[in-house]
Design a protein around this ligand. Structure first.
Ligand code: RRO
Length: 325
């Protein structure tokens, strides 16, 4: 393996849908607003894309505080879709990303199929947007009935509406792990027109304070993220890639290092999002890119694409990738 300076020469390019991106590492929705707060810490243009906090039609203040709690190897949030709404997003956040040449994967969320469709229509042709992530899996909504990702029919209705409103833009459906059969939801989204799948959102959790004898979060339940959920996320990517090998997957859930990212790639993801890690290390997405390149080189891969889904192959005694450099 050749190396430039300390950096291995690995082809790290990949795609969002059919759109080429130079790095498989993206930010994760919800962990850095529209990306501006990460600018002092890393080169945002070198990332695959910045995935923005889910935007709604109208501004929203979110759920009451406290709305974050530490958990073993993770954290629980009940932000509740706080954000400026689509008008401010289109006037301020997206132009800021576009002016700096940062690729934006725009995350949208709504309370009805019509709201999702309207958001998609508002975003049609927006400068700087390279893909849409349709968040149908936020756990912090008023009722579980609003979690479209828990029902194949509801998930498909949202994806069909969004895809017909934004022709030509790769559309990813963000799935929830809190279902019995994630493959059936994934399949419904793809059959409805989704170009790819974001796997996974947070898991619904609860922490109780043993001093106050009450839930720590004002909203009671919240979404669990961080390394604690990584094996669940890798399992979901694995199951979906096995059933739908041609469908691009953006994997996420507790990625802290390049080796964590490599697990997702080997399970079948073509790209990954780094989320909770940025709270402790805002440069984590850039670091994970370089660590992933090194981990791939150490296993003898010349291209990221050769490693996608590799763990599904039967092991062989002549397997060059078993050699650690
Ligand atoms: O805003 C949130 O509370 C939130 C969202 Br939209 C989501 O998709 N996942 C999450 O854990 N929190």
């Amino acid at each position: 393996m050749t190396a430039a300076g300390n950096r291995p020469m690995i082809d790290m390019s990949t795609q969002l849908g059919r759109t080429p991106i130079p790095s498989p590492v993206l930010t994760a929705s919800g962990c850095a607003a529209a990306g501006r707060e990460l600018e002092p810490f890393l080169d945002l243009t070198a990332l695959g894309a910045v995935v923005t906090k889910s935007v709604l039609l109208r501004p929203r203040s979110g759920r009451p505080t406290p709305r974050m709690a530490e958990t073993p190897s993770g954290m629980l949030n009940s932000i509740g879709l706080q954000g400026p709404g689509i008008d401010a997003f289109l006037a301020t956040d997206l132009p800021w990303l576009a002016s700096r040449g940062v690729r934006a994967m725009v995350s949208i969320a709504g309370g009805s199929v019509e709201e999702y469709a309207e958001l998609a229509a508002r975003l049609r042709g927006a400068r700087g947007m390279v893909a849409l992530e349709v968040n149908i899996s936020c756990p912090n909504v008023e009722s579980r009935g609003e979690v479209f990702a828990c029902d194949p029919g509801a998930a498909a209705a949202v994806l069909a509406a969004v895809c017909s409103a934004t022709p030509g833009v790769p559309v990813y459906a963000k799935l929830s792990p809190d279902v019995t059969d994630i493959v059936s939801i994934a399949r419904a989204c793809v059959e409805a027109g989704a170009d790819g799948l974001s796997v996974i959102n947070t898991l619904l959790g609860l922490v109780i304070d043993t001093d106050t004898l009450r839930p720590v979060l004002a909203a009671e339940t919240g979404g669990l993220s961080g390394p604690a959920i990584r094996p669940v996320a890798v399992r979901c990517v694995w199951q979906i890639h096995k059933a739908l090998p041609e469908t691009p997957i953006l994997g996420m859930g507790g990625i802290m290092t390049g080796h964590d990212a490599l697990q997702f790639i080997l399970a079948g993801a073509r790209a990954v999002s780094v989320g909770t890690a940025v709270f402790g290390d805002p440069s984590a997405p850039e670091r994970v890119h370089h660590e992933l390149a090194r981990a791939l080189a150490n296993k003898g891969f010349a291209r990221l694409s050769d490693a996608v889904g590799y763990a599904h192959r039967a092991a062989s005694s002549t397997d060059v990738h078993q050699v650690t450099a």
